[in-house]
Design a protein around this ligand. Structure first.
Ligand code: KMH
Ligand code: ZN
Length: 306
């Protein structure tokens, strides 16, 4: 997309499934707050809104489609943004449960995680007592709790149900270089058609680290595997969020920000909202001489159903 339009698409991941409301007052979990933050993020320049739901009472993760339906219509009524519903769910939930919200909502996009892995936001352990890991207890005795299962069968089931069934296009979440090869393999078997949209993800323990060499490596590998048949975006967890997004802009990519991925605006300063992060990356895009893509630009770029 950058080659032809000089535009950068911003995705904003509004609340996710990992951070807890105790970590930041800004993290939305009530439906009206998720809706308002999503609307504000869209007004600030986010073309794509990546959405998870939470239980409104305590902010714990929910895969209940009703909890999604408590905010999706408001967002649809008040923005032109592309809705992207998570199929990540939470660890140890079945793929059937993870797909359900997207089946009910039939969004233009859903996330699709491209491989099984150990998954931990280990960076949070430095700051939050509730995330302090005990190596023996958590990672050895209880290590199954960290499995993020995304087998080829799971991936095919998401495609069959949502791709074939609802004409949903995917944000292919690639947490490591092997996931790019998984995606290529799936394309070669005919499961996915070009162009695919790949989210390069950095800084999850279990995936590739947030080192700039790795961004170059992921990009070079994707160029080799997919040629012109892909669009890409970058998401880095925690403190690496803004630096990696900036680097992605300079390399011709798109960006993802949002409180799902980092609670901070800059080192030591919590973001007041998702929109604050979107404003910041929008400013950077413009300062670097590019412009912010609209939702319709993204619809064209990814041939979404609209
Ligand atoms: N939480 C991120 C590391 C999903 O929702 O499918 C990736 C993610 C997964 O957004
Ligand atoms: Zn997500």
């Amino acid at each position: 997309m950058r080659k032809s339009h000089g535009k950068v698409a911003i995705s904003c991941a509004i609340t996710g499934a990992i951070h807890t409301p105790t970590m930041s007052d800004a993290l939305p979990y009530k439906p009206e707050d998720i809706a308002q933050q999503a609307i504000d993020a869209a007004e600030a320049g986010a073309a794509v809104l990546h959405l998870h739901a939470r239980h409104p009472e305590d902010g714990s993760v929910s895969l209940d489609p009703e909890h999604f339906l408590a905010f999706v219509p408001t967002i649809r009524a008040n923005t032109n943004a592309v809705l992207n519903i998570s199929t990540g769910g939470s660890l140890l939930t079945t793929i059937e449960d993870r797909i359900k919200p997207s089946q009910v909502i039939s969004p233009e996009m859903s996330s699709l995680n491209m491989g099984s892995m150990n998954f931990s936001f280990h960076g949070l352990a430095k700051r939050y007592e509730s995330f302090k890991f005990d190596w023996e207890k958590d990672y050895i005795e209880n290590s199954d709790a960290y499995i993020f299962r995304n087998t080829f069968r799971d991936i095919a089931q998401v495609e069959k149900t949502l791709g074939e069934g609802h004409n949903v296009k995917f944000e292919h979440e690639c947490y490591d270089v092997g996931h790019l090869y998984n995606l290529k393999f799936c394309m070669d078997t005919g499961l996915f058609k070009a162009p695919v949209f790949i989210q390069f993800i950095f800084g999850i323990l279990g995936g590739i680290g947030a080192d700039l060499d790795n961004l170059v490596f992921m990009k070079r590998t994707a160029d080799r595997l997919f040629g012109d048949n892909y669009q890409w975006s970058v998401m880095a967890a925690g403190a690496a969020q803004m630096p990696f997004a900036t680097q992605a802009i300079m390399m011709g990519g798109n960006v993802r920000v949002g409180l799902e991925d980092s609670l901070f605006l800059e080192r030591g300063k919590l973001a007041a909202s998702n929109a604050e992060q979107v404003h910041k990356i929008s400013r950077i895009i413009e300062e670097l001489g590019y412009s912010v893509a609209t939702p319709d630009d993204v619809r064209e770029m990814l041939a979404l159903k609209g």
